[in-house]
Design a protein. Structure first.
Length: 107
């Protein structure tokens, strides 16, 4: 096989697709991830943050959905990467990193 010449026209046409506001993760069509999005949409927002920062989001998902902690953290990371939630680190009384506070950008 030969390498094909790539012209600038081909590159421009392939990269000029519509830009979307959120990059949705591939797990969106998976029932498990859909349940995560649904549960997060039902969580109370206190002072602008999910669950008011009282409980970690991952442990709340473990309780509500029955996931392992690893799966819950992976789903949270996917939501952060797609821009559906934003995390803000919170410091403990010792000045160490504590629970992250999350803001939901969807209803």
């Amino acid at each position: 096989m030969r390498n094909q010449d790539i012209s600038e026209d081909n590159i421009i046409h392939s990269t000029s697709s519509h830009q979307v506001q959120y990059r949705l993760p591939f797990e969106l069509f998976n029932d498990q991830f859909r349940q995560t999005v649904y549960e997060i949409s039902r969580m109370p927002i206190i002072d602008g943050y999910l669950l008011g920062g009282e409980v970690s989001l991952a442990s709340a998902l473990v309780r509500r959905c029955g996931y392992s902690l690893r799966t819950a953290r992976r789903h949270i990371r996917r939501l952060e990467q797609s821009g559906l939630i934003i995390s803000t680190p919170r410091l403990n009384l010792d000045g160490m990193k504590g629970t992250k506070l999350y803001r939901r950008l969807f209803d």
